[in-house]
Write a protein that binds this ligand. Structure first.
Ligand SMILES: [Zn+2]
Length: 66
């Protein structure tokens, strides 16, 4: 019977929905982790608080904007 394939949510490559693809619907562990990273980042992003250097200057910037 036909093998069901899905597209990897991360890189869009076709992935066979079989036991040969342990990370399905992702094509690989890397894509699975990548997707989780994107998801986690989206959850962390707060509008108006996207300054990347905030991480390095948290202790000596009094009254920094939210
Ligand atoms: Zn992939």
């Amino acid at each position: 019977m036909a093998v069901l394939t899905v597209n990897c949510p991360s890189c869009r490559r076709p992935v066979e929905w079989t036991e040969a693809s342990p990370y399905r619907p992702f094509c690989s562990l890397r894509c699975k982790q990548q997707d989780f990273c994107d998801w986690a980042n989206e959850r962390h992003i707060v509008p108006g608080d996207a300054e990347e250097d905030d991480f390095f200057s948290e202790s000596d910037v009094p009254g920094r904007p939210q």
